[in-house]
Design a protein around this ligand. Sequence first.
Ligand SMILES: [Zn+2]
Length: 132
Amino acid sequence: MLKYFVSTQRTQGERDNDSNSIPGPEIVDLASLSHEDPDSPICGCARSFVGITSRQTSTTAEVVESDMTAAQYIGRFHAGLLALGREDNVETRNGVIDAAVELLLLAAMWPVGTVVERRLHEIRVRSFPAES
Ligand SMILES: [Zn+2]
């Protein structure tokens, strides 16, 4: 079984600047950074995850588990970037692998149902399943 992060409504509102415009649970990547402050009132990039297909953002994500393979999961990231018009070259593929594998390793550390938030380069636990 593979563990990974999807967007979630759980714990939304715990921070004043929480938001989630992703319609349903969706596999997320880290939003690209153009600012360093996770509490910036101007832009939420440093506190946001981004849906790999919808490209909408959420400040909360949750660990889920399925029988998807790691290769399929990485393939979903790749397809999401190509759909954005990104060129399919070595740079794109290496970037996909770096991003997807980092998130898989993080998700593997926590039980299913753990809710996380992003603080710039750090992913922090907001709520463990037993507490929620
Ligand atoms: Zn920003």
